[in-house]
Ligand binder design. Structure first.
Ligand code: NVA
Length: 214
């Protein structure tokens, strides 16, 4: 493949597959989603937050739900820019401990914090950004039923959104499941920036390619 392309963007389930690719290829390998991280999504998310909310310092980003690939990359990215990040997850579905510790150490340099909590209300309170992702990620389809039960208190609703700052934005990386992680109508909520966020994946990824190839 490296004889034919200048860059390879791979969406794998196993993060190990990406590492193997990166270890053996002479062209840049971009993580387009693995079970561990989703950094291209985080670039688009951070671009959107910058456009919609402004500076990152003294901002609170709240993630409601699974401590998954999207949450991990957003926590690390937010920390690198000096924002505080809090995630509310049920027991057993928290952000991986190493990611939490790494993000917290980076954030501390900016006097920002990275926290894991259980109650969605605690995370959403005074947030500048309320973010959620699917309860069941790709490759976990056989756990969907169990996850629907465990995550049922972790739905983003207009009521939860009302706990955030008045100018807070609602974000989701899509595709969304109405009636699961979001209440029906949440994508069209007045504070939703979900479709701007989706468009920004195009712009952020183009910038990444320019950086890698120019
Ligand atoms: N956490 C989700 C993100 C989808 C863009 C997944 O891995 O399936």
């Amino acid at each position: 493949l490296e004889r034919q392309v200048d860059c390879l963007m791979a969406r794998t389930f196993s993060h190990r597959t990406l590492e193997e690719l990166a270890g053996n290829a002479s062209v840049p390998i971009v993580n387009a989603l693995s079970d561990a991280e989703h950094p291209c999504q985080a670039l688009a998310d951070l671009l959107t937050i910058h456009e919609q909310v402004g500076d990152f310092r003294e901002r609170n980003i709240a993630f409601i739900g699974d401590g998954n690939n999207v949450a991990t990359s957003l926590a690390l990215g937010a920390a690198l820019l000096g924002a505080s990040f809090v995630i509310a997850s049920p027991h057993g579905y928290e952000l991986p401990g190493d990611a939490l510790a790494k993000a917290a150490a980076i954030a501390a340099k900016y006097k920002a914090t990275v926290m894991q909590v259980t109650a969605p209300e605690k995370a959403a309170l005074n947030a500048d950004v309320v973010y959620t992702d699917v309860w069941t990620s790709m490759g976990q389809e056989n756990q969907a039923q169990q996850r629907r039960r465990i995550f049922q208190e972790y739905q983003v609703t207009p009521k939860l959104m009302a706990l955030a700052k008045p100018k807070a934005v609602f974000m989701h990386d899509l595709p969304a499941h109405h009636g699961e992680e979001i209440a029906v109508g949440m994508l069209d909520h007045p504070q939703s920036v979900v479709f701007t966020q989706a468009e920004n994946k195009l712009h952020a990824t183009k910038s990444l390619l320019e950086l890698l190839l120019a």
